[in-house]
Every structure is written in structure tokens, then in C-alpha cells.
Design a protein around this ligand. Structure first.
Ligand code: RFL
Ligand code: PHB
Length: 389
């Protein structure tokens, strides 16, 4: 089998790249290790930046996002018993849309299949070959058959646990940067009406909590937990007691309860692997970098990576120039490091660190006070949150 671009992974990065390339007349094959049903039901991100919405719209896959997603013009920061609104729209002229990642995946899969794109699910034993030659290839098993896919380029969009990053040749002076946080997020999906019109990011001595949403009838809530904890140790009553304690104060606002139908715990890390290119192999999205979810940046970064790659590949095929492709890593990393900084800042600002001294706790509170009482600082947070850079 031969194609122009072999894409490993059908997450937001791989699927969107394949679709953007198709719109430029460039052929690709996407190899995915999981089933279609699995990728279309895995619960992950929820917040789309304006720039992400624009790309999905331009690519012709934004219709359902615009009709079913919820446009949010602000967020709330809660601490010390009070809530403070950050008016994203007024401060930046931009807003965000809350639309679940697996819905974006469904829209992209439907668009690829409607365009007769080749998307192979449930592949296994994926291995990369000749990435430093002009004829790289990928071998894999599919439906019990051993297959080889030859391509001009391989793009690793296979997430943090994929095979592409480890296939980057050692001699490329690779550098990894990492921070693992001493806490995780306990996430739940709840059947209820929204408790709030906007997302609430709450700092509390018992730990961080976040009120998000998925639809008028399904809500997404998170609270800081021990990363080694287990969901079966948390009864529904215990979860609600913890959320009420962290989120409610004396202003009369109440968190709405409902049937909890999914519980999961995720670890939190910051990670960047550079460079993002070795010969004919490029990495995009979580395969190259991870942010803690506090800044809601991961999927947005994956989208901006593949937009850069799509432009570079288009230049290669139209003009025979590798200029943009060779500048990809540097260009992508500029934005990635800013998002890493913002995600780390939000994480540091809003979580309870068990080893923080009383002095450090006061500094954290003072920083929050500064943000909500200074238009300049609130604007900076808002610009980063909506991705206005
Ligand atoms: P993905 O989504 O991990 O997709 C990788 C795909 O590759 C497949 N794969 C392989 N396929 C073939 N061969 C192999 N050897 C393979 N190994 C893996 C996998 O099955 C998978 O389908 O990476 P991608 O495309 O780079 O997208 C990244 C985003 O998924 C991620 O950054 C976001 O989910 C992060 N994130 C958020 N990002 C936002 O922009 N806004 C948010 O509000 C937001 N909230 C979140 C989040 C992530 C969370 N979790 C679960 C970590 C909230 C949470 C709780
Ligand atoms: C979500 O709705 O899943 C979500 C929202 C905001 C975040 C992270 C996750 O910062």
C-alpha cells in the first residue's frame, strides 16, 4: 500500500490533519489502534478556543459544533468564599465553545469517511521504518494480515503512549522536559441541568474543583484528588459531599446533583519533547507534548500543530520547498511553550500543594486577589485562556 502521508493515530490531531490535507488534494492513510466506537466515546476535553473553532469551521466540520456547542463569554474564579467573573469577551473580544472532544472526533470521522478517506481501525504492531530516508514506511497488522504502508512522510499523532516518539532516532539530540504533579483529577459525568452558565475554577484548602458542562442535560465536574486513588473508594455521597464543600459558600449558589454515570481519575503532567521532527517523521499533539488540563489547552495545541504541518506539506507538494516543514518544530514550540507556561500557572494557582508552607499559601491567595482586582492581569489570563496569541 502506498500513500503520500502516513498518519498514526485517529485523535483530533491525526483526523484533522488527514482532513486538511484532503482539502488540499493531498492523500493520506490514518492508522488507529482502537475501534471506531471506542474513539467516538472516550471522554476527554471540552473547551475549544476560538482559533480551533475557526479551523474546524473552515475545514467544513464545524456545523454540529456551532449548533450543539455552548458559546461561553466568561469563566469564574472562586476562592475565599467568593466568585469572580473573568469576562473573556470584553477583555479579549473572543470567547470559547464547550463541545466535547469525542463529538469533534465523530464529526471528523464522518467527514473522512464521506470523502472516502482511508481510516484503518484496530491496527496493531505498528512499527516505523526508514524515517531518515525519503521513503519511510509503516508496518502493522490489520484483520490478521501483515501490511506495509509506504509514504513520503510519517506523522506521529498517536498521543503520549504512542510508538512514534520512541521511534525518533537518538542522534537527533532529543531533549525531554517534564514535571509530574503530586495530584490528579477525579472526573465525573452527571445527569442534571447545568449548575452554572459558565465554568467555575475553584481554589479551596481541600483542593481544586471545576464545574464544566457537556450539554443542557449532562454536566462534567472535576476535583483534585490523590493520583493513586481509586474510583471505587468514592461513593456518590462522598463525591457530592466533597464537591459541595469545595464549591459552595454563603452566597446561596448551590451545586445541582444528579445521577453520576461515569467516574475516572487522571494524572497530571507537563511534558515537552523536542525537536518535533527527525527526517521524514513529524510529531503532533500529545505525542510531542502534554499539559495539565487546568488551562484547557491540550486539544487546542494539537489542532494548531496540525495546521502548521498541513501548511508545510502543502508548500512541499505545490512548490517543492521544505522551508515550512523544516521550520515546523521551532514554530510549533513557540506556541507550545506559552501554553505550557499558562497551564502550569493555572495549575499552581488553583491547586492545593500538600507541601506548601503557610507563606506560600498566602502568596497563592494574594496572586488570585491580584488577578481579579487588576484589569491588566485579568486580561492576561483571559488572552491565554482564549488563545489570543
Ligand atoms: P489523542 O487524542 O491521545 O489521540 C491519539 C490517538 O492515537 C491512537 N494510538 C495509536 N494508533 C495507532 N498505533 C499506535 N501505536 C497508537 N497508539 C495510540 C490512540 O488510540 C488515539 O486514538 O492525541 P491528540 O490527537 O494529540 O489529541 C490530544 C488531545 O486528546 C488532548 O490534548 C486533550 O484531550 C487534552 N484535554 C483538553 N484539551 C483541550 O484543549 N481543552 C480541554 O478542555 C481539555 N480537557 C483534556 C481535558 C484531557 C483530559 N484527559 C483525559 C487527559 C480534560 C481531560 C480530563
Ligand atoms: C472539560 O469540560 O472537560 C474541561 C473544561 C475545562 C478544563 C478542563 C476540562 O480546564
Amino acid at each position: 500500500m502506498r500513500t503520500q502521508i502516513a498518519i498514526i493515530g485517529a485523535g483530533p490531531a491525526g483526523l484533522l490533519l488527514s482532513h486538511l490535507l484532503h482539502l488540499q488534494g493531498i492523500e493520506s492513510v490514518v492508522l488507529e489502534s482502537r475501534s471506531r466506537a471506542d474513539i467516538e466515546s472516550t471522554i476527554r476535553a471540552g473547551v475549544l478556543e476560538q482559533g480551533t473553532m475557526d479551523i474546524l469551521t473552515e475545514a467544513g466540520v464545524g456545523e454540529r459544533m456551532r449548533s450543539e456547542g455552548a458559546l461561553h463569554r466568561g469563566i469564574e474564579l472562586a476562592f475565599d468564599g467568593a466568585r469572580h467573573r473573568i469576562d473573556l469577551a470584553e477583555l479579549t473580544g473572543k470567547a470559547i465553545t464547550v463541545y466535547a472532544q469525542h463529538e469533534v472526533i465523530k464529526d471528523l470521522v464522518a467527514a473522512r469517511l464521506a470523502a472516502q478517506g482511508t481510516l484503518l481501525f484496530e491496527v496493531s504492531e505498528v512499527a516505523l521504518h526508514g524515517v531518515e530516508t525519503s521513503q519511510p514506511s509503516v508496518t502493522f497488522s490489520h484483520n490478521g494480515e501483515e501490511c506495509r504502508l509506504e509514504a513520503d512522510f510519517i506523522i506521529g499523532c498517536d498521543g503520549y503512549h504512542g510508538v512514534s516518539r520512541p521511534a525518533m532516532p537518538e542522534q537527533h539530540l532529543r531533549k525531554n522536559f517534564q514535571r509530574i504533579y503530586p495530584f490528579g483529577w477525579f472526573g465525573i459525568l452527571v445527569e442534571s441541568a447545568p449548575s452554572s452558565d459558565e465554568l467555575i475554577y475553584a481554589q479551596h484548602e481541600r483542593g481544586f474543583a471545576l464545574v464544566s458542562t457537556r450539554s443542557p442535560t449532562v454536566q462534567r465536574l472535576y476535583f483534585q484528588c490523590d493520583p493513586g486513588d481509586h474510583t471505587d473508594k468514592w461513593s456518590d455521597d462522598r463525591i457530592w459531599a466533597e464537591l459541595h464543600a469545595r464549591l459552595e459558600n454563603h452566597d446561596g449558589w448551590k451545586l445541582k446533583e444528579g445521577r453520576i454515570f461515569q467516574k475516572n481519575i487522571i494524572g497530571m503532567r507537563s511534558f515537552v519533547s523536542t525537536p518535533m521532527q527527525a527526517g521524514r517523521l513529524f510529531l503532533a499533539g500529545d505525542a510531542a507534548h502534554i499539559v495539565p488540563p487546568t488551562g484547557a489547552k491540550g486539544m487546542n495545541l494539537a489542532v494548531s500543530d496540525v495546521r502548521l504541518l498541513a501548511r508545510g506539506l502543502e508548500q512541499f507538494y505545490r512548490q517543492g520547498s521544505e522551508e515550512l516543514l523544516n521550520g515546523y518544530s521551532e514554530a510549533a514550540l513557540k506556541r507550545i511553550w506559552r501554553a505550557e507556561y499558562f497551564s502550569w500557572t493555572m495549575t499552581r494557582l488553583l491547586h492545593t500543594f500538600a507541601d506548601a508552607t503557610p507563606f506560600e499559601r498566602e502568596m497563592q491567595r494574594a496572586e488570585l486577589e491580584n488577578i481579579v482586582s487588576s484589569r491588566a492581569l485579568a486580561t492576561s489570563l483571559a488572552e491565554n485562556y482564549v488563545g489570543a496569541f
